[in-house]
Design a protein around this ligand. Structure first.
Ligand code: FES
Length: 178
């Protein structure tokens, strides 16, 4: 009969079994970790969604009808606007680094500058009052709808509201933190 005060001895076979199991577990974790990090990367530090305040040349209520004012996301810290809708190469939640505040028929809208064909930046054509893409020739009417392909769907909207100052817009965006 074993003495209760005598410490239990671990058999060599048991010890080797546990040692091998630990070694195999550590090897598997070491091998899998980079793969898991690839599929579920940690969110970059400092990224946060917020309203991005952008200054305008003139108060919103003084924008001329038929005008488009370019806005750019701040670069310090690096930020981007978030598309509210989309189609073609654009999708809701995609990022845009610039856009246009447009007044058309008395209504103010804000569009992302990304062409819905393959994402090039469109430019406003003041004379024709269209957004023209330099890459493959797509053209959009001032209301963002397609005038000429190859783009097949309108420009994406950006959600916005007037800032505290009438010469500001606040656009849904994200501070990228790099
Ligand atoms: S990216 Fe604009 S027309 Fe192709």
């Amino acid at each position: 009969m074993a003495d209760a005060a005598t410490p239990r001895r671990v058999a060599r076979r048991t010890f080797l079994g546990w040692w091998l199991a630990s070694l195999m577990t550590a090897t598997v974790i070491t091998g899998l970790a980079p793969i898991l990090v690839y599929f579920w990367p940690a969110p970059p530090k400092g990224q946060k969604k917020e309203l991005i305040t952008v200054p305008l040349d003139k108060p919103i209520d003084q924008l001329e009808d038929g005008s488009a004012t370019q806005i750019l996301a701040p670069t310090s810290p690096n930020s981007a606007f978030i598309m509210a809708d989309g189609g073609g190469d654009n999708a809701p939640g995609d990022l845009a680094f610039g856009g246009f505040v447009v007044k058309n028929g008395g209504k103010v809208s804000v569009f992302a500058q990304n062409c819905s064909h393959l994402g090039c930046s469109v430019a406003f054509n003041k004379d024709a009052k269209t957004f023209d893409c330099p890459c493959h020739g797509s053209r959009f009417k001032i209301d963002g709808t397609v005038l000429h392909g190859p783009a097949a769907v309108p420009l994406s909207h950006l959600s916005w509201k007037q800032g505290g100052d009438p010469k500001q817009v606040q656009v849904d965006g994200i501070v990228l933190g790099f």
